[in-house]
Write a protein that binds this ligand. Structure first.
Ligand code: C2E
Ligand code: MG
Ligand code: MG
Length: 288
């Protein structure tokens, strides 16, 4: 649909990129939206480099509630990019690009350092959870980065949790499990995030002793209407409880969900029902 061969090749390339992005071994046709998406991606990529220099990244903190005493046991740190002209950009719109371009290593250590520094200033002893990208496992030095974030901030290791997804265990798993063990040696906790959405192999739970499993919010959302979703939640909580792994239900928005999840044996809740992710300053005000 274009006269210039060069433009056609460019379009073909965008279709190829889209096919890879959607999980390889498939085909895609070029659509004009892909061109817009590519343009947005390029502009975000350029801006990301500036953002790192200018310190435009912030962390928002969302409370995690312990079901036993209904108190906040800790917070998950979620990245926000305060872009000078585009406003707040959410992680889904820049983390994948940071991963593709390798900038995730810098973005990720920024998140670690900031989270440890801010949490060290809380006098509550609450934990802070930081998300790690599977790409961060591809470069040696992750363990040193975490160790440095702890020593620079003075945060006690047991107050830091690292959230990983199953893909870390899927790719290069021997090496990555060694890295996970080394991280645990530092005294930090390791959580398995978004559980239930990927391969969810039970073997993963045997290959590494996770401290916490987080049930993906899609199951919590569908639990009311879907027997399948509820059964999966039941299987995860049953298994976690017998392995003595903490279970956090993500995306808890209603009291009905809370009651049911508590009955199923979840040990922790996270969701809009208990609190939205808020800036470090707002978090402090909320406590007063
Ligand atoms: P996640 O780690 O699973 O984080 C939970 C996401 O669910 C957050 O989205 C949070 O705002 C949202 N959420 C919390 N409660 C509710 C609820 O009740 N209902 C609904 N519908 N959503 C809820 P957010 O902040 O947009 O982050 C999206 C994802 O981006 C995160 O998913 C995580 O995978 C990634 N991410 C965020 N910060 C970082 C980071 O610093 N590094 C890396 N590598 N990834 C990050
Ligand atoms: Mg997470
Ligand atoms: Mg999650």
């Amino acid at each position: 649909d274009h006269e210039s061969a060069q433009q056609l090749l460019g379009y073909a390339d965008m279709a190829l990129y889209e096919a890879k992005r959607n999980g390889r071994n498939r085909h895609e046709y070029f659509r004009p939206e892909l061109n817009d998406a590519a343009r947005t991606r390029r502009s975000i990529e350029t801006d990301l480099r500036t953002a790192l220099h200018m310190g435009q990244f912030q962390l928002h903190y969302q409370p995690i509630i312990d079901t036993r005493d209904k108190r906040i046991s800790g917070y998950e740190a979620l990245m926000r990019w305060e872009h000078p002209s585009k406003g707040t950009i959410m992680p889904m719109d820049f983390i994948p690009i940071a991963e593709d371009t390798g900038l995730i290593h810098e973005v990720g250590s920024r998140a670690l350092n900031l989270a440890c520094r801010e949490a060290a200033s809380w006098d509550t002893g609450q934990t802070v959870a930081v998300n790690l990208s599977p790409v961060q496992f591809k470069k040696p030095g992750l363990v040193d980065t975490v160790a440095l974030a702890l020593s620079d901030s003075g945060l006690e290791a047991h107050r830091l949790e690292l959230e990983i997804t199953e893909s870390v265990l899927l790719e290069n798993s021997e090496e990555n499990i060694r890295t996970l063990r080394a991280l645990k040696q530092l005294g930090v906790s390791i959580s398995l995030d978004d559980f239930g959405t990927g391969y969810s192999s039970l073997g993963y739970l045997r290959s590494f002793s996770f401290d916490r499993i987080k049930i993906d919010k899609s199951f919590v959302r569908d639990m009311g209407q879907s027997r399948e979703a509820l059964s999966i939640i039941r299987a995860i909580t049953g298994m976690s409880n017998s392995l003595q792994i903490k279970v956090t239900a993500e995306g808890v928005e209603t009291q009905e969900q809370q009651a049911q999840l508590e009955a199923e044996g979840c040990s922790h809740f996270q969701g809009y029902l208990f609190g939205y992710p808020v800036s470090a300053g707002q978090r402090r005000k909320d406590l007063d």
